[in-house]
Every structure is written in C-alpha cells, then in structure tokens.
Design a protein around this ligand. Structure first.
Ligand code: PLP
Length: 380
C-alpha cells in the first residue's frame, strides 16, 4: 500500500461519512423538492447537513448555499458579485487557485479592472500593497485563507477590515483551511466563504458558498430556483449529507488532526533540513499538515515519479488539476526563481499518516535525491 501524502489534493472518505451517505444512495432516493414522504425525508436530510456545515464555521444555516464544490463556489462569488455590482475594481491575491483567478481575470471583459495583490517571499500577503490597492473604488476582494501549495495562512481578517472600510465585498476561499485550523466566518469578518467536502474526508462533488445574507449575488446557474434561487439543479442529496457529516467530524476532531499532522510535519521538516532541501513559506504561519519544498537542481516531477515508484504519493507544483509543467504561479509570485520552482514538491499529511511513514519518506528522499544527483553528474 502506498503512503498517501497528498491530502490537499483530496482525502479518502471517512467510514462514518460513507455510512451517513449510503441510505441516500439506495432506499432514500427521493427528490428533495417532492412533497411525498420520500421527498420530505430527503429535504430533512439536506436541512440537517445545512446545520452541520453552518456550525463548523459559526453561521446560521440559511447562510449556506450548497453547490458542487469549491470551484463552483468561487465562480459563484466572483461572477455573482460582479453581475450585481457596477464594474469597478476586483482585487484578488496573486496566489489564488485558478477557480478564483480565472473568473476574476475574465471580468476584465465586462469593464472591471483586475488587481492582483502581492505576496512577499514567504508567500504571505503584503498588507501594504493590499491597502494601496483598496484606495481606489473596489467592488470585491478575494483572498484565500490558506494556500493549497505552501499552506501559508493569509491575513484575511486584516484584509476584510480594509475591504469593509472601502465598501467592498470580501470573500475568502477556505477550502484548504477547513478541518486544519479553526475557521470562523464572523471572526474573519468576511461576506462570503468557500468550502469543499472532499478536502475534509467527505465526498467529491459537494461544497458551499457561505454568505452574508445581505449580499445580493446573481446566480450563475439558472433553473428551478433551488438554494434560494442561487443555485438551481436537483440537490445531490448523498453528497450533501456526506458534506454535513464531514463538517461535524472536522469540528469534533480538529484539535486531534491539527496536533497529529503538525507533529508529522515537524518530523518531515527536520528531515528535509538534514537533507538540504529548502522549504517554501517555512517562516510564515502555515496550516499544520503542509510542507512545500525543493532540492536545488532536482526536478519536482521526476522526484514525484521516483517517490511514487518507492511507494509514496506526493504532489509537485499546483497538482490539484494541473497537467502543465509550468512552474507554480504561487512560487513565481513569491519571487522564487523558475528553476527552483520547477523542483517544488508538496507533502500534505492527513489523519491516518504515521511517524513511521514519515521516516520512510525521508529515507527514500535521501536515496532518490542522491541517485538523481549522481545521474546529473554523469550527464555533465
Ligand atoms: N480552492 C482551493 C484552495 C483548492 O485547493 C481547491 C482544490 O484543489 C479548490 C478551491 C477547488 O475545490 P473543488 O475541488 O471542490 O472544486
């Protein structure tokens, strides 16, 4: 069995989550809009999930809009806000996931100016630059809570204060933060927040945009008016039920998961230091499960392939969906040289990983890196 160290890409569904979902994949197949008993039970299951999702980030259930995942939630905020507001500026951090960055850049076609907010060398947002950016009329701001590659936790609360003062709507993509650090909608002072089920031991294909009810978003998907008119389409009841169960689980075991993965990360970082790797964002606040590193003159893709052969699942570059070999835009935004950025490898721990697996990974890294260096020396 491979040691799976790619939990920022996705997680294995938890058995308890699966069991909560199973009835809705079999006997309880009703359409939640139907008025008969089967439909009513499906509606009740969605309502319960809405409460569970709301509770994990401390909001009212009515603030939760179920969608198909993080990608859709980010598109809904960006496009939905822009369709309601009069075009001014949209400001997004330079390290956003493509599902924020691309819809934001697309707004340029409808009269918006798009401002990328800078990050420093550690991958932490430059608050001075954000302040400057928000000195011109701005409709919407989006800054992720934790970066999917570096794991660096961003100063969302501080930016939200600035955004509010500037009269802009503030959104945060909290997909990589949920289940790893405490996430409070109110505490962050945001108007909208994106969540995804499959990063927290839930099913793929469910997520939410959590919104301040005063926000007047326009829907992106039109139809029967589900989810308060914001997201039409027959609800994916099993996935929504699984998302709710995963949120409850995440809340109940947050401390354990954070402590457990944090100890594994400490071990790995110590091993990486011994082997001479550089860790991106090492001195910034990071979610506890993530380390992003590179060895000079060693290609990240090659390292990932070699580690895969040795029994370890890790990621290179942005990894969630990218098939491109371009260096990571996050690392380039941090001012990392493209050559070093091409060496980037990400390890993201989860609740089932063990210290022994980490020791084995460090030992394999040592062997593989030495071999690749030898091959490179022969080739010169
Ligand atoms: N936002 C971030 C920061 C992510 O890491 C990801 C997935 O990798 C997404 C959004 C997209 O979420 P989903 O896979 O649920 O569409």
């Amino acid at each position: 069995m491979q040691a799976y160290f790619d939990h920022n890409a996705t997680t294995r569904i938890d058995q308890r989550v699966l069991e909560a979902m199973l009835p809705y994949l079999t006997d309880e197949y009703g359409n939640a809009s139907s008025r008969h008993d089967l439909g009513t039970r499906a509606r009740r299951a969605i309502n319960r999930a809405r409460e569970q999702v709301a509770a994990v980030v401390g909001v009212q259930p009515a603030q939760v809009v179920f969608v198909s995942g993080g990608t859709e939630a980010n598109n809904l905020f960006t496009r939905g806000a822009a369709a309601y507001l009069k075009p001014t500026q949209v400001a997004v951090s330079a390290i956003e996931h493509p599902c924020v960055m691309k819809p934001a850049l697309d707004l340029a076609r409808s009269g918006w100016s798009v401002r990328k907010l800078r990050v420093g060398a550690e991958g932490f947002l430059d608050l001075g630059d954000a302040g400057e950016a928000l000195s011109v009329p701005t409709g919407a701001v989006s800054v992720m809570l934790a970066n999917n590659e570096t794991g660096v936790i961003q100063p969302v609360r501080e930016v939200a204060e600035m955004a509010r003062a500037a009269g802009a709507w503030m959104h945060t993509d909290a997909v990589q933060a949920l289940g790893k650090i405490a996430v409070s909608f109110e505490g962050l002072g945001v108007h909208a927040m994106t969540l995804s089920a499959h990063k927290i031991y839930g099913p793929k294909g469910a997520g939410a945009l959590v919104i301040d009810k005063r926000l007047q978003l326009k829907p992106v998907i039109h139809g029967g008016g589900h989810e308060g008119g914001l997201r039409s389409g027959t609800e994916n009841v099993p996935a929504i039920v699984g998302f709710g169960a995963a949120c409850e689980l995440a809340a109940n075991r947050l401390d354990h998961v954070a402590r457990h993965t944090g100890l594994l990360r400490e071990r790995l970082d110590a091993g990486l230091a011994r082997l001479g790797a550089g860790i991106f964002g090492r001195d910034a606040p990071r979610i506890p499960n993530t380390t992003y590193f590179a060895f000079e003159n060693i290609d990240g893709e090659t390292l990932v392939i070699e580690l895969n052969k040795a029994g370890f699942a890790v990621a290179s570059g942005a990894a969630c969906s990218s098939t491109s070999t371009d260096p990571s835009t996050t690392l380039l935004a941090m001012g990392v040289e493209p050559e070093l950025a091409r060496g980037a490898v990400r390890v993201s721990f989860g609740v089932t990983n063990t210290p022994e697996q980490v020791e084995q990974l460090v030992s394999s890294l040592s062997t593989v890196v030495a071999r690749l260096r030898q091959l490179a020396a022969v080739a010169v």
